[in-house]
Design a protein around this ligand. Sequence first.
Ligand code: XUL
Ligand code: CO
Length: 436
Amino acid sequence: MSEFFKSIPNIKFEGTDSKNPFAFKHYNPQEIVMGKTMADHMRFGVAYWHTFKGGGADPFGPGTMIRPWDDSSDEMEVAEMTMRAAFEFFTKLGVGFWCFHDRDIAPEADNLAETNKRLDKIVDLAEKLQKDTGVKLLWGTTNAFAHRRFMSGASTNPSPEVFAYAASQVKKAMEVTHRLGGQGYTFWGGREGYETLLNTDLKRELEHLAAFLHMAVDYKKKIGFTGQFYIEPKPKEPTKHQYDFDAAGVYGFLIKNGLEKDFKLNIEANHATLAGHTFHHELEFCTANGILGSVDANRGDYLLGWDTDQFPTDINDTTLAMYTILRSGGFTTGGLNFDAKVRRQSTDIDDLFFAHIGAMDAFARGLKNAAKMIQDGALADMVKQRYSGWDMGIGAEIENGKMGFDELEAYSIKNGEPNIKSGRQELFENVLNEYV
Ligand code: XUL
Ligand code: CO
């Protein structure tokens, strides 16, 4: 039954000849690509916060979007309508997953105990709607960054009282994620960072962050939650420096603190570019270290230096992302969560559909391109050739640990100047363009 999106049809695959804006041109959920359906490869998720709670506000003005599920002065009634609207949207769009923060789905009350009761009430509804529709929870998370109590951070707050409050909130959010059968739980360090080092004990804050995550791991075991923990790197915004700066920084932190077995990474495209990396780089780093968990699929704007959270539409980016994701073995617990919002001027509910349809089609094209690249071995054969010196002779002996500096010096004196080999970047770029 349609309640909020009466004018919108169920979104179907119609192929590339279709001119219907409410249809997929490339995403055909049941089509098999490299032995798996497209739906199983992508595991698309909708981000509750942007799609249902984002109203288009920016630092210069309030929201521009008037939503039918917002139409009550009773906050809990709004929360219930929003949840019903969300599941109607997921079903019409045909996505398998959703993601939320605790405070997206239920408003805070005057105290924590009351707030938790409100959350339970909305989670009852979410549980029922998941059962009715078959839509599953990709991951849950905590919003421990919006309220003023978290202005100086959550687990890295100078005040242990705020640390305790944040822990209580994560505890509850993990419990409800567990109850909803969540396949993961994400830690994004909302304000875990600093505005100025002058007032910051950086060493102590990092120790507190590690202690907090250890407590979360302990609690996960205690309640028998088997979902995957993720950390989502981001270098800045809202703070000037976020501790979970990028994939490499997070991985080093996890290893230093003995947490590397308990966490994988949730890589967000726009966060990668804020860190001065490409999305492709962050995914490739995770793949190389076996820590790729899930993806927040979005993009930034080349001319703006902040987190614009736009829907992904660039086929070059989606092709390279899927090329790395497929080579990493694909998603297990994770998926492609559209942590993206429609632009402030895109005020209609139709725009929510156009945004998701376009992004799903962009990733479907990326998947098909990447699969073809892998099947043809196009880039891989050229890369293998580039490193072929390591498969025999001196290269193999170095890799097998049979060489030290003495032996290598003797080799170099005997063999003289090394041969140089072209990196062939332009050819690699041409080959990629054959597939995009
Ligand atoms: C913020 C961001 C978050 C996380 C979840 O930039 O990406 O929405 O994905 O807290
Ligand atoms: Co995100």
